[in-house]
Write a protein that binds this ligand. Structure first.
Ligand SMILES: O=C(O)[C@H](O)[C@@H](O)[C@H](O)[C@H](O)COP(=O)(O)O
Length: 236
């Protein structure tokens, strides 16, 4: 369901509520909530609300945090999705450290850690592959997670987690793959800003072309929610 909000603040509030409500349902049903965070700057407003207005509404000790993708850089690096999430969110709520699984580890290769991350998912997720909730951002080129236009990883069907060298960014990326993203009980896109308007139009209304617009791949067995502001939705 595509929800268009007047501002990114309103959209962030709705996305934070999505987190709180899905956490409550999952914890009531099975005593835990597994979520994969997106990277990028779009979740910042949601994190701010989860650590203030909504902080007392979540049983943080029952939450298990993964990531949808990561740049293969140390957590201290300003480009690190995990590093940013710790600074903006995880250092401010009481999730047990052993329930937070950064998608990066010093001293191992991205490829080896992709295999290890897949094993961690086997241990923590009830069937090794289904998240209760996955947040995704979208680039102005239509990528999501680290599924970038023209990259072979878009078509990965076997590995749950894949790592590869992303030429245009001169860095390794590690990412959940389409089968895992689409196995989720709930997927929520968070997309703001006019520079995303063309890509969002192509992803939602354009011709099917997952090579060019990988976000089109996202079609989860569960619900798909879009939290977008009117600037990003200008062409819809
Ligand atoms: O590691 C990453 O870059 C992200 O996971 C990526 O998929 C991000 O969600 C989009 O690039 C949007 O980024 P912004 O939210 O910064 O626009």
């Amino acid at each position: 369901m595509l929800n268009i909000y007047k501002s990114k603040e309103e959209a962030s509030h709705a996305a934070a509520l999505h987190f709180v409500e899905h956490a409550k349902l999952a914890i009531e049903a099975k005593g835990k909530f597994t979520v994969a965070l997106t990277g990028g700057s779009s979740p910042a407003g949601m994190y701010d609300l989860l650590t203030t207005e909504f902080k007392d509404q979540v049983a943080w000790e029952k939450i298990y945090i993964f990531w949808g993708d990561e740049r293969w850089v140390p957590i201290e690096d300003e480009r690190s999705n995990a590093g940013n999430a710790f600074n903006d969110f995880l250092n401010k709520v009481a999730i047990p450290n052993e329930q937070i699984y950064p998608m990066y580890k010093d001293g191992v290769s991205a490829e080896d850690y992709a295999k290890k991350y897949s094993k961690i998912m086997d241990e923590v997720l009830e069937d090794g592959r289904t998240f209760d909730l996955i947040f995704l951002g979208m680039g102005d080129d239509g990528h999501t997670a680290s599924l970038f236009p023209g990259q072979k990883v878009i078509h990965e069907k076997d590995k749950k987690v894949a790592a590869y060298f992303l030429e245009p960014q001169d860095m390794y990326r590690i990412t959940l793959t389409a089968p895992i993203l689409n196995a989720a009980k709930s997927v929520a896109f968070i997309i703001f800003g006019a520079k995303k308007a063309d890509a969002l139009y192509e992803v939602v209304k354009g011709e099917k072309n997952i090579e060019k617009y990988p976000s089109q791949i996202i079609d989860p067995v569960g619900e798909l929610m879009w939290y977008v502001d009117q600037n990003a939705a200008a062409r819809l």
